[in-house]
Design a protein around this ligand. Structure first.
Ligand SMILES: Cc1cc2nc3c(=O)[nH]c(=O)nc-3n(C[C@H](O)[C@H](O)[C@H](O)COP(=O)(O)OP(=O)(O)OC[C@H]3O[C@@H](n4cnc5c(N)ncnc54)[C@H](O)[C@@H]3O)c2cc1C
Length: 295
């Protein structure tokens, strides 16, 4: 199969590739195939092949919201590094799915575009960030999205209007339909004084640094906040900060973060997630819902 994949000449293809450096938890997981299509036509060719051969696949962004629970992913991981264009026309900015959000925020902020300051420290790519409807400091990326171009399961290109994206708290059409692939995102941003924008970013980064365990591998908030409460507050109140399973630990700094203290496996992190969920259910009768995705 590996030889057949290489013969497609669709870009770089690796076999039995350890994804440790491609997910921010930094857990080891051997992907049967890791593929970097070289352009959109190659992506379509690849997906046609994978579907025909019934090989399961998943698009991976920066791996900052996923947990590879098992040591093996028996399918293809697809990286869309070829989709990195940024086109700016007035207040309309068209961005390829693989542009890192932090890079985009910095670039646009320095040009005087406002509306993305809240996202300055979110380590994902724009495509995944739309799928997750990322947010911070009471703002969400949905507020600046105009439309999205995506590949449908039957490999047609479809343009989604904002209404069709069905955004809600850390949720979107794409979160619910994993067989669609975001290719391009159109943002609509206002202009403002650059100094003011950069000052806001500086303050937002300081808030992040003071609250989050940024020196350890993690994948950000583990659970969604229940309505009118904070998952971190609930976990903290139960005294679970510092709780460990193997190399996985509930952060001492932010109870809604699980960190990899060095050599955690995906399974250990997953067991800790289940433990926290069980404690919170038993002691507070609250069902914590995962924000991160299990792969
Ligand atoms: C230190 C830290 C801080 C964080 N802070 C925040 C925060 O403040 N707010 C917040 O909301 N999140 C936060 N996160 C979580 C995470 O960064 C975001 O969810 C981010 O958008 C995930 O992007 P990614 O590229 O890493 O996606 P990945 O983890 O690679 O993928 C996430 C999901 O998106 C899917 N996906 C990827 N690309 C596409 C595509 N092109 N089309 C369709 N689906 C796709 C994947 O299959 C997967 O299901 C934080 C994470 C870390 C590690």
């Amino acid at each position: 199969m590996f030889e057949k994949l290489k013969q497609l000449q669709i870009g770089k293809v690796y076999e039995n590739y350890d994804l440790k450096n491609l997910n921010t938890y930094q857990v080891s997981c051997l992907a049967k195939y890791l593929i970097y299509p070289k352009d959109l036509a190659s992506l379509i060719c690849l997906l046609t092949f994978l579907k025909k051969e019934q090989i399961c696949y998943r698009v991976l962004g920066n791996g900052s919201n996923v947990l590879f629970v098992n040591p093996i992913f028996d399918g293809a991981i697809i990286k869309l590094d070829c989709l990195k264009q940024i086109e700016i026309q007035g207040n309309t900015i068209v961005v390829g799915a693989s542009v890192p959000l932090i890079f985009l925020v910095n670039k646009l902020s320095n040009m005087g575009y406002t509306g993305l300051e809240f996202a300055c420290g979110i380590p994902g790519v724009i495509g995944a960030s739309i799928a997750m409807n990322v947010g911070a400091l009471n703002q969400e990326i949905s507020s600046v999205v105009q439309k999205v171009k995506a590949l449908t399961p039957d490999l047609k290109i479809k343009e989604f209007s904002k209404e069709e994206l069905l955004f809600s708290y850390r949720n979107s059409f794409f979160k619910q339909h994993k067989d669609y692939i975001i290719l391009e995102v159109t943002l609509e941003l206002e202009k403002k004084d650059v100094k003011e924008i950069l000052q806001t970013i500086k303050e937002n980064n300081q808030i992040r640094k003071s609250k989050q365990p940024l020196f350890y591998p993690s994948a950000g908030s583990v659970f969604k906040n229940p309505s009118h409460d904070s998952a971190g507050r609930i976990i903290d109140q139960l005294g679970l900060k510092g709780k460990r399973i193997g190399g996985a630990m509930v952060s001492e700094k932010h109870a809604n973060f699980i960190i990899n203290t060095g050599d955690a496996t995906g399974k250990e992190i997953y067991e800790l997630i289940l433990f926290v969920q069980k404690e919170v259910k038993e002691k507070c009768q609250i069902d914590l819902v995962l924000e991160q995705e299990l792969l």
